[in-house]
Design a protein around this ligand. Structure first.
Ligand code: HEC
Ligand code: HEC
Ligand code: HEC
Ligand code: HEC
Ligand code: HEC
Length: 264
């Protein structure tokens, strides 16, 4: 596909269902190319130093995405712009950098493919849930609506699971989620705030805290991704217990006298 034909496709993107199908095929091809790309294992500062052209040029545009992205878990784990969007980060001019395989404005299905390239287990679970009705052709929710696109894992992201889920569950057409379920979502929000407080105090959480947080995150995701309401009621008491213990541990670290110079 030529650059020009892709531009035309993009321009006509939402005009007809037939064009939509064509675009989806193009995006799936791009995703297949993406999937074969080696994982970019470098830090944000290394990427900058090595001249990642996506970052360098976008920084000069308005830098909005870069600013959001720099606080994300992905920036810290070396997931670069092109790991999600495709394109060629070694090219300095826009036309070549964007190239034919850039996924510029992903729709919900594109986002599932994009994130699922790396998080295949989460995608598989998500597809078994009620947020992914098979016959509808599009998910009710995509990964980025819950996690953000450029702010994934950022502690300063303004987002609350409790409020977000209540935006549909508990309104006229859907019953509210059970209380235990809401307590679990509140725990996720609380842990984010607590970890942010440690960072704001100029400290880094210990490895023990990070590991326990990861474990709780995984347990919650195994309930929320497949929308497993039945399993949830059995599993949540244990998660809340683990959460309470972790909150206390974080409280102690936040209150502890600073033992080392802050990293900043
Ligand atoms: C030399 C400058 C330059 C480079 C290099 C560059 N971009 Fe862009 N990019 C732009 C500009 C300018 C825009 C604004 C929209 C437009 O003109 O297409 C843009 C827009 C975008 C968009 C939004 C497109 C849309 O339709 O709204 C995405 C996504 C994007 N760039 C990703 C990337 C990625 C990923 C890379 C690296 C592989 C990259 N860019 C490299 C200049 C650049
Ligand atoms: C984890 C995957 C991921 C990474 C990494 C990522 N993006 Fe994105 N980006 C997305 C998604 C998803 C969207 C669509 C957002 C939406 O629809 O809400 C998007 C949208 C955009 C847009 C269009 C913005 C708009 O308002 O329409 C631009 C420009 C962009 N990204 C640039 C970048 C640049 C530059 C980088 C690297 C600093 C980057 N992205 C890294 C997933 C990513
Ligand atoms: C190129 C591979 C790659 C892609 C594409 C990707 N991720 Fe990630 N993601 C990672 C890595 C690596 C981590 C860090 C894992 C860790 O620390 O255990 C991560 C971490 C995460 C986390 C946990 C963050 C935290 O710290 O709380 C979430 C949630 C996540 N990704 C969601 C997404 C979403 C949503 C998308 C698509 C918009 C996406 N990822 C695309 C590789 C990827
Ligand atoms: C309805 C909201 C929602 C949607 C949609 C969603 N997630 Fe999640 N996800 C969660 C929650 C809640 C957690 C646990 C978060 C926490 O405690 O910080 C989580 C955790 C995760 C994690 C980290 C935990 C783990 O399993 O390692 C990853 C990675 C992740 N999600 C990826 C994805 C991907 C990829 C998609 C799209 C296929 C997706 N999520 C869609 C709500 C969602
Ligand atoms: C855009 C609206 C919307 C949002 C936001 C939303 N959901 Fe849902 N959810 C739905 C719909 C629609 C269903 C399907 C109901 C059905 O199949 O009867 C559903 C189903 C569920 C179910 C299964 C219920 C059952 O009876 O089996 C669970 C659990 C669930 N959602 C949890 C969540 C959580 C947790 C969040 C936030 C992280 C969330 N949802 C956010 C719309 C939403």
């Amino acid at each position: 596909m030529t650059y020009a034909s892709l531009q035309t496709l993009k321009a006509n993107r939402w005009k007809s269902a037939a064009k939509f199908v064509t675009l989806f095929v193009a995006a799936a091809m791009a995703a297949a190319i993406l999937g074969g790309e080696p994982f970019h294992s470098m830090s944000y500062s290394q990427a900058k130093a090595l001249g990642d052209n996506c970052i360098a040029c976008h920084q000069k545009q308005n830098g909005v995405e870069i600013k959001l992205y720099s606080n994300s878990t992905h920036a810290q784990s070396g997931v670069a712009c092109n790991s999600c969007h495709g394109g060629d980060s070694s090219a300095a001019d826009k036309k070549r950098a964007h190239g034919a395989n850039l996924i510029a404005r992903p729709d919900a299905n594109n986002i599932l493919t994009m994130c699922g390239n790396c998080h295949s287990a989460q995608l598989a679970m998500f597809k078994t849930g009620r947020h992914f009705p098979e016959r509808r052709g599009a998910p009710r929710l995509d990964c980025a609506q819950c996690h953000g696109a450029h702010t994934v894992g950022a502690l300063n992201r303004e987002f609350s699971f409790v409020y977000f889920c209540a935006g549909c569950h508990g309104l006229e057409y859907l019953p509210a989620l059970p209380t235990e379920f809401q307590q679990m979502l509140a725990l996720s929000d609380d842990l984010k705030d607590a970890l942010r407080a440690i960072k704001d105090a100029g400290r880094e959480p210990s490895n023990e805290v990070i590991q326990r947080r990861k474990e709780i995150r995984r347990l919650m995701s195994e309930i929320v991704h497949p929308t497993d309401l039945q399993g949830a009621l059995q599993k949540i008491p244990q998660i809340l217990k683990l959460g309470e213990a972790l909150k206390q541990m974080i409280g102690r670290e936040e209150g502890a006298p600073s033992k080392s110079v802050s990293k900043k």
